[in-house]
Design a binder for this molecule. Structure first.
Ligand SMILES: CC(C)(COP(=O)(O)OP(=O)(O)OC[C@H]1O[C@@H](n2cnc3c(N)ncnc32)[C@H](O)[C@@H]1OP(=O)(O)O)[C@@H](O)C(=O)NCCC(=O)NCCS
Length: 157
């Protein structure tokens, strides 16, 4: 199976935060952020696997700062690590104030997607090849999290 680079899986999404996306304080709803995060990360997984994929898990998700109505949310994702049929995708979200251009980090998360065949069963994905130092660091950290998840799942069964 051919190897693929992290660059092949990079996705950048922009979303304007509108009144319908916010709570009474004018802050974006957490559920809206989670939905956009899942969409962005799924596209990275699709670009890597070129098959149907499902979200298997989302690791700890912290909302570090509120994004406000009228801000531009910028979501960036790429595949950090690949197992046999699973892919860990990292997503980072920043918000941009459209008037000042000020950017701030609002949340990050790791999502695991699994590639499925036509019968809905897990199937192998190409290995992801990290190229830059940062990609190599994320790959190594992703590998550790992959083993931690497997241990957690084994204990739960
Ligand atoms: C994800 C799913 C396909 C895994 O199926 P399964 O029969 O348990 O598969 P396996 O135990 O053979 O594991 C297949 C891979 O998935 C990974 N995996 C399974 N459950 C996982 C979880 N909760 N978190 C992270 N990875 C998981 C395994 O580590 C394995 O990875 P590898 O092939 O890279 O080593 C299955 O649990 C499923 O369909 N879940 C529902 C997904 C869904 O509907 N998502 C939408 C949001 S609710």
């Amino acid at each position: 199976m051919n190897e693929k680079t992290v660059k092949d899986t990079q996705v950048i999404m922009h979303e304007l935060i509108l009144p319908n996306d916010t709570n009474l304080l004018g802050n974006v709803l957490g559920g809206r952020v989670m939905h956009l995060m899942d969409m962005c990360a799924a596209m990275s997984a699709y670009k890597h696997a070129r098959t149907a994929v499902v979200t298997a898990s989302v690791d700890q998700l912290d909302f570090l700062a509120p994004a406000k109505m009228g801000d531009i949310m910028i979501l960036k994702s790429s595949v950090n690590y690949t197992g046999k049929s699973s892919m860990e995708v990292g997503v980072r979200i920043e918000s941009e104030n459209p008037k000042t251009g000020a950017m701030y980090h609002t949340s990050s998360a790791y999502l695991t997607f699994v590639s499925l065949n036509d019968n809905g069963k897990p199937q192998g994905v190409p290995m992801v090849t990290p190229e830059t130092d940062e990609e190599k660091r994320r790959f190594e950290e992703g590998e550790q999290r992959y083993h931690q998840r497997r241990d957690r799942l084994k204990k739960g069964r």
